[in-house]
Design a binder for this molecule. Structure first.
Ligand SMILES: Cc1ncc(COP(=O)(O)O)c(C=O)c1O
Length: 358
């Protein structure tokens, strides 16, 4: 079976399963904010039309200033990109031919991008079910690597690593001259998560990645930024196409960075939905990851391979994210996003039905 590599665009999952795309479905495979973009962005959208008959600022200066203010850093410590994905591709270019360790299971683009640049890839596989960062075990491997990719909060597990464990790894990586990339694409969905952006000035071997896609629900626009020492960003920027970030993205990005109330509202909402879902999973015998963001791993432990559950969900118009490509998961779990309340209700209804028919 040829599984799609990413969530979203559910037609490809239906196609690969040979199941016809139903008229109505709910896409639980894309982990973006269920409350949508900040309302202020919609209000401004009409004005954006004027922006398209001129080139965007190739330095993305105004957006960078706003992002730098938010991070409490000088502006040259920020590099905007055409989504977090472009920034991952640029880092991988910088790491061409080097030895790269990836803490797995994790977002697949790290490996894809590093492979495309001839890197030698190693995995550090987290213990299934707990997915905790065993810092001493990673530290013992660092001598063999030039760079380390860490996703926190982690996609696909939805879990977060302890601040202490990451700090230990960072400190030892600096001593061992190993570059560390912490992808914080989902950090703002939970107050419990500690961002390492403030450690950048202490650790010149650190880069933190931000995506604007997830919290602000703008995946169609493509915007993210890297935070790192200016000399690292300068080397990366050499590989970036001119005008890589378009004018609409820059305008939207500035607007989103002001939307603090939307972020607070989202966190409250995710917290509430999380409690309802966890209660349901516990009462109905499903195993779920200890998540604190807007997505999670879940499984019916009567099955090792979750394929029967995937088929059942698709037939009922629920689109899950399969995990066949993730090292350390290999299809033993499915990933689901937190959606709107009525959509989460529908998910629980279908999962309750699965218990009675299988
Ligand atoms: C952990 C993580 N990082 C980065 C990205 C890239 O996001 P974007 O390119 O939309 O900013 C994704 C997208 O799914 C992701 O899950």
């Amino acid at each position: 079976m040829k599984w799609p590599l990413h969530g979203s665009n559910p037609q490809y999952l239906y196609q690969s399963m040979g199941v016809p795309l139903p008229d109505h479905y709910i896409d639980f495979s894309a982990n973006i904010n269920p409350l949508g973009p900040p309302p202020s962005l919609k209000e401004k959208w009409g004005q954006a039309f004027e922006l398209i008959n001129d080139y965007p600022d190739p330095k993305a200066y105004q957006f960078s200033i706003k992002a730098a203010e938010k991070e409490g850093l000088p502006v040259n410590w920020i590099l905007p990109g055409n989504g977090g994905s472009e920034l991952i591709a640029l880092i991988a270019r910088l790491l061409a031919g080097k030895r790269v360790l990836i803490v797995q299971p994790a977002f697949s683009e790290y490996e894809e991008a590093c492979k495309a640049n001839g890197c030698q890839i190693g995995y550090h596989i987290l213990e299934e079910g707990k997915w905790e960062l065993m810092s001493e075990s990673i530290i013992s491997e660092l001598d063999h690597y030039d760079a380390l990719f860490l996703c926190n909060p982690n996609n696909p597990t939805g879990t977060s690593f302890s601040r202490h464990a990451i700090s230990r790894v960072l400190k030892e990586s600096a001593a061992k001259n190993c570059f560390v990339i912490i992808d914080e694409a989902f950090y703002d969905f939970s107050e419990e998560v500690h961002s390492f952006a403030s450690s950048i000035q202490t650790y010149p071997n650190l880069m933190v990645l931000r995506s604007m896609t997830k919290m602000y629900s703008i995946p169609g626009i493509r915007l993210g930024y890297a935070i790192a020492h200016p000399h690292v960003l300068k080397e990366m920027a050499v590989f970036q196409p001119h005008w890589s970030v378009n004018a609409l993205a820059l305008m939207a990005g500035e607007e989103c960075l002001k939307a603090n109330e939307h972020v607070r509202k989202t966190r409250r909402y995710i917290g509430m939905q999380r409690s309802r879902l966890v209660k349901f999973f516990q009462e109905n015998g499903y195993e779920v990851s200890n998540f604190n963001v807007n997505f999670y791993l879940v499984r019916d432990s009567d099955y090792i391979d979750q394929l029967p559950l995937i088929c059942f969900l698709l037939e009922h118009g629920i689109v899950p994210r399969h995990t066949y490509h993730f090292p350390g998961l290999e299809g033993r779990w499915i990933r689901l996003a937190i959606k709107r309340e009525d959509e989460n209700d529908r998910l629980m209804e279908v999962l309750a039905k699965w218990r009675t028919v299988k």
